[in-house]
Design a protein. Sequence first.
Length: 260
Amino acid sequence: MSDSPLLIADHDAIRVITVHRPDKLNALNAATLDALDAAFAAAAADDAIRVVVLTGAGPKAFVAGADIAEMSALTPVQGRDFSLRGQRMMRRVERMPKPVLAMLNGFALGGGLELAMCCHLRIAADTAKVGQPEVSLGLIPGFGGTQRLLRLAGRAAVLELCLTGTPIDAARALQLGIVNRVVAAAELEAETMKLAAQLANAAPLALRGILDCVNVGGECGIEEGLEYETAQFGLVFSTQDMREGTRAFLERRKPEFSGS
Ligand code: COA
């Protein structure tokens, strides 16, 4: 049996990546960060894959955080490197050229919430709990939590979650805009795969254009963002999928997107 901390399975054009350390509630140690980095690089490069779903093994946790046992012995320089390692991997996920869905099947705490936030959409079981509990360990978030939670849910939410360290339930996470959808735990997998299939049938280059516009435009001023969107809008006119999508509409049929 492989000792990889990940399970990877393809369902047609959907790749499901599962963090697999259930006895440690899927905590992110250095080996898991590196395995995720390699898995997302491979998924980005594989044209047969159009959507990635990320989840955690077992009934209890998506990811319960960075590995506290591993972190407890780090020197300041090693701590900085550990943060960079996590941030590099999560930036790769955020900049993926295809949609990444986080399927939150339980605790998404600390590095687990940070990992969920670098995904493009988050679907949570009604039993899930999310939070940034680092302060309870005398730590602060180090994989982008203070920055992504600020951008995702605003100052009030980031300060509440990070300063108190208290996890919140899925319903409150939905209210704050931290997750996109909450579904009954028993329906989580089916609902996530349904959404993934919808995205897998969409025009890949249009999806990529949207992801690029939000990622790049979201980090610059409105003028530059609009200019970037205009450039991307022009670019999609070079795709066969755009011709197919508009023609199919006019011919009153379903489009078939090839990704070209
Ligand atoms: N790092 C390393 N190990 C972790 C972990 C983490 N972030 N979270 C859980 N584990 C381990 C526990 O040490 C335990 O291992 P053991 O059986 O070898 O002792 C195992 O996972 C099960 O966790 P346990 O605490 O017994 O489960 P629980 O149901 O009682 O509590 C949590 C669940 C999520 C509330 C609790 O595990 C927790 O608070 N985890 C840490 C969350 C956190 O602070 N994350 C941010 C880290 S910066």
